[in-house]
Design a protein around this ligand. Sequence first.
Ligand code: AMP
Length: 210
Amino acid sequence: MKDGITIAVSKGRILAESLPLLARAGVRLLDDPDTTRKLILPTNQAGVRLIVIRAADVPTYVLNGGADLGIAGKDVLMECDSDNLYEPLDLKIARCRLMLARPQDATTMTGRLRVATKYVMTTRNFFAERGQQVEIIKLYGSMELAPVLGLSDLIVDLVNTGNTLKENGLVALENIADISSRLIVNKAAMKMKQEMIKPFIKRLAEAIPQ
Ligand code: AMP
């Protein structure tokens, strides 16, 4: 959209933690996002609207200019061509870790290991840097199930409290990356709409918890 700015936000925990941050930056939704059927949500600021979409779609919308700005997890950004996006702010919300984990009772692992994950690029880069050849099995969710049912030797997934790993008999081996949500900006929009975007970034920066 030409006029105003569109901000794409990941559904779920990121949306829940973004709304108070946006409110502190002066942007409040006019509808309850849990009950409205609207896909484009107007705000109290004329010309500022939100779209609430799946996490992996946020960088796609922002890269292609469907949205001018986005709020997405670093885990998702590491999986996409984020060189073509500006990432001006670490919002320090929805924090967790991307971890490599294995079954607690696994005996020594030999041969080419199978790693189940949604994070194919990041996992490939992680093992490539170590010079280790692995077979990556792409899953879309419930990674913890894969080693339990013999689909993989290891998993790479987000860990928050560690309860999901524990309850499925898995233990963390290594922290691959500390994750938090980032503000991303379309490069053309940053130029064309800078009189709206720059003050917004400044207000949002001031709203980030220390
Ligand atoms: P936990 O049991 O608290 O360690 O949470 C782990 C589960 O929640 C895993 O299934 C993760 O994929 C998911 N998870 C943890 N943190 C996040 C996050 N920031 N965003 C999305 N999913 C998450």
